[in-house]
Structures are given as C-alpha cells and as structure tokens.
Design a protein around this ligand. Structure first.
Ligand code: COD
Length: 302
C-alpha cells in the first residue's frame, strides 16, 4: 500500500499538547498567513522572532490576524536567527522555521557548536510530495535541501533520518529507492555504486527499519509498469515511498518539478537535529507551508 494524501499531518499535529514554533525573520510571502492559520487550526503555537514593527505592519497590510501569536522583537537578522535557534535549544520552543533569511544563514546557526541544535549525527532534509497525477500518492525525496554531495556514509545516514520520520508518521517499513540515472550498476557512475552498496547494507541489517533497493531509475522506482518492462522484480521498484537522490541538485530539481510544474503540494523538514526545522521556500504555497509546519510538529512531538 502506498501512502496517499498529506492532510493527515494536520490531524496528527493536533494530537496532544500544542507544539511551539519559533519562526525566524517572518517577513516572506505567506509565512505570517501560514502560522496564523496553523494557530487557528490548532497545529502549533507560534513565536515570531524579528523586527516587531515590520511584522505588525506586514500583518496589517495582509489582513493577517496575529492574535495569540507572540512576537520577540529583534531587528538584526543574524541575532533574530540566533535567538530563534536558542529558543529551540533551550526547550522554550519545540521546532524552528525559516522565514525570509538565507537558508545557509539559518543552517549555519543550527550547526553552531555552542548554542545550535546539533546531535552529533548528520542533519538532512526530507520533503514529502503529494502528486496529483498519481492519484495523490505521497513520495518523499531526500536530500534535496541540505547535504550537497553526500558520500556513501552520508547517504546511509540520510536514509536513517528519513526512516525515523516515516516511522513517526505511521509508515513502519518505508520502501526506499536509491536513485541513479540507470538501474544497472555502472562503475563509471558513482550513484549506481552507492545505491547498490546501500541495498546490500540494508539486506545485511546495517540499515534497518526499511527496504532499500537500487540502483533504480526514477521511472522504475515509481511506476510498476516501467519496472515490469525493465524486468525488475523487487518490493521497492514501482512502489517507492522515498527517493534517495544522489545529490542536492537532482533532489532539488525533482522536488521543484513536482511542486511548480505538476501542481503538487508538499511538506518539508530537516531531520537529525535536536528538534525539527521547517525549511520552506518563499515561493511555496500556503498549503505547503502549513503542511510543513504540521510535519515538523508531528516529528517534534514524538
Ligand atoms: N549535519 C551535521 N553537521 C554538519 C552538516 C550536516 N548536514 N553539514 C555540515 N556540518 C558540520 C560539519 O561537520 C562542521 O562541523 C560544520 O558543520 C561546518 O561544516 P562545513 O564547513 O562543511 O559546512 P558549512 O557551514 O560551510 O555549510 C553547511 C551548510 C548546511 C550551510 C551547507 O552544506 C549548505 O549551504 N547546504 C545547502 C543548503 C541550501 O542552500 N539549501 C537550499 C536548497 S533549497
């Protein structure tokens, strides 16, 4: 059974004590509206960290009701990011979200050795997409958001982070396709070598809680028909829950095609830190922002 529809994340996030979200520099399109809606719908409580007068002016301009949302006034961007991260590391907030600030600025703060959110393990980004053209099937991609060119060791850790998240959202044995451009092992194509090694590591119990197969090309990872035509028989081929992509470029491209060219929506979060980090882009729809907050809240709670 493949996972269908992302709306269940909203339901899940409402269970138990509401999680508190610290949103750093909330000046971007839709970010305020998304957290205001997340508050109304009981998904999270929010603390906005940034220039208070700018935030209030934006909210007024957008007709956005911020009642019930706290504001910590800090005009300096770097300080606002640091304050937000510190709120999460001290336990005042349960999850962090990036507003209108460069991704690398936020991630560098998250990785700060003194007051950041490191755990000693690798941090990685997982994006879940609901794809209209596939009967709203949900497929994850990792890592198209944080690790640039992961080696075999990092890829194994990226899988482990994703698997822990899948378990939290009710998928006990996610099927992971280690992607390459082709499904045959080719010594000249590093992604095929890594994929084959990851599949063997999974078979030998070095990567647990999931089924990994690879190398698989995108078509035979998600289409049973394509897997059949290619003669690939595996529990993952055609039915992948998650695509492990070779690098940030391929992951980012596939993700953006799904979001902006197929009308899909998604939920993205950074995993492996002390608490989840919601990392949406300015152009993501309100729905994607809301679902990402909900995913972060579910991961933060469990
Ligand atoms: N997990 C844990 N620790 C890490 C990670 C990670 N993924 N990446 C780096 N570290 C640690 C290193 O071990 C080291 O101690 C320290 O952080 C600095 O490491 P550098 O010098 O290799 O890394 P930085 O600080 O130059 O960059 C780390 C970033 C995450 C900022 C960088 O990899 C990056 O910019 N990634 C792409 C993010 C991005 O642009 N995403 C947008 C896509 S939409």
């Amino acid at each position: 059974m493949t996972m269908q529809k992302l709306d269940f994340l909203l339901e899940e996030s409402r269970k138990g004590r509401p999680m508190t979200l610290a949103l750093a520099c909330p000046y971007g399109d839709d970010a305020l509206a998304a957290v205001a809606r997340a508050g109304r719908e009981g998904v999270v409580k929010t603390v906005l960290v940034g220039d208070g007068s700018r935030i209030r002016a934006l909210a007024e301009n957008d007709g956005c009701d911020l009642s019930g949302v706290d504001i910590v006034d800090e005009k300096n961007e770097e300080k606002a990011v640091e304050l937000s991260v510190r709120m999460v590391s001290s336990g005042e907030a349960d999850l962090l979200m990036k507003g209108l600030v460069k991704t690398s600025t936020l991630l560098k703060a998250v990785l700060d050795k003194e007051w950041g959110l490191r755990t000693g393990s690798l941090l990685s980004h997982l994006f879940l997409f609901e794809i209209p053209a596939m009967n709203r099937r949900v497929i994850g991609i990792s890592d198209g958001g944080m690790n640039t060119y992961p080696d075999l060791n990092a890829k194994a850790k990226i899988i482990e982070n994703a698997v822990a998240c899948y378990h939290k959202i009710g998928v006990p044995q996610p099927r992971i396709a280690a992607l390459a451009a082709v499904e045959a092992v080719n010594p000249d194509m590093q992604a095929t070598l890594d994929a084959a090694a990851l599949a063997k590591m999974n078979e030998r119990g070095q990567i647990r809680g999931c089924i990994v197969d690879g190398p698989l090309a995108l078509d035979n990872a998600v289409s049973e028909e394509s897997a059949k035509i290619k003669g690939i028989s595996s529990p993952v081929a055609g039915n992948a829950d998650m695509l492990l992509v070779p690098d940030i470029e391929s992951g980012n491209f596939v993700g953006k095609v799904l979001l902006y060219m197929t009308g899909g929506k998604g939920a993205g979060v950074i995993l492996g830190a002390r608490k989840p980090i919601v990392l949406t882009s300015r152009f993501d729809s309100m729905e994607t922002k809301l679902l990402s907050i909900a995913l972060g809240a579910v991961v933060a709670r469990s």
